[in-house]
Design a binder for this molecule. Structure first.
Ligand SMILES: [Cu+2]
Length: 232
């Protein structure tokens, strides 16, 4: 065998091992990415033990970078003179649309510091989407129907989840190790809102815990009785 053949053979060998090493590293990276994150399951109850739906659990530390394909959009519909949700969670810098599925006009607004805006009387999906570029909560109302009440929760992090009817919020892709999170609910008291919860995420599967919230009484404005007259 000539020297030229030897060199070529060695080159092929190195290429083969480099390829194998690259594949092995890629597999390891994918494995570690899935192995080092888990689900955080938080079950929320009130002082009487009843489940608390519509609460948002947000991981505040550590927070991985926002995935490039994360949708920075949200939608809060209006059906039968109510905001659908009535809580919407979006990550900061999301564009939120407020379509009106009723056959009457709504006039949507928020006076909250998180986002002040007004969408004058409109029907359908003619209103411009609203950019929520500040983390926090915007309370949403309608100028025509005083009882309409919605909330846009704007997260600093995309690692968040909303509690369901059973009071359960499941946050996926939470990094393994010590994690801090906070809980928001429209009727939560200030000390519960300010509290940072600490949990150690397991290396395998999900990590679960329960949290009790002391909620303030529900003081929503009552709906006006249905009338057969002119409607806005
Ligand atoms: Cu309205």
């Amino acid at each position: 065998m000539s020297a030229k053949h030897n060199t070529f053979g060695a080159f092929r060998l190195i290429t083969f091992f480099t390829l194998r090493a690259t594949v092995a590293i890629a597999v390891l990276l994918i494995w570690s990415a899935t192995a080092q994150a888990g689900e955080l399951e938080v079950v929320l109850t009130d002082a009487t033990g009843q489940p608390v739906p519509d609460a948002v659990v947000e991981i505040i530390s550590p927070v991985p970078a926002l995935p490039a394909d994360w949708p920075l959009t949200g939608e809060m519909d209006q059906i039968d003179k109510e905001f659908v949700g009535p809580v919407l969670k979006v990550v900061k810098n999301s564009l939120v649309s407020f379509p009106n599925s009723d056959d009457i006009h709504h006039h949507v607004y928020s006076y909250s510091d998180t986002k002040r805006f007004e969408l004058p009387l409109y029907k359908g999906d003619t209103a411009e989407p609203v950019l929520f570029d500040k983390a926090g909560v915007a309370v949403i109302g309608c100028n025509i129907h005083d009882w309409m009440l919605g909330y846009v929760y704007v997260g600093e992090s995309h690692l968040m989840a909303m509690s369901d009817a059973a009071g359960k919020a499941v946050v996926p892709d939470v990094p393994v190790g010590e994690v801090r999170f906070k809980i928001w609910h429209a009727r939560a008291r200030a000390n519960d809102l300010a509290q940072e919860h600490v949990v150690t995420m397991n290396a395998e599967g999900s990590t679960a815990l329960s949290v009790q919230l002391a909620l303030t009484p529900d003081r929503r404005i009552r709906r006006a009785p249905a009338s057969g007259g002119l409607q806005y």
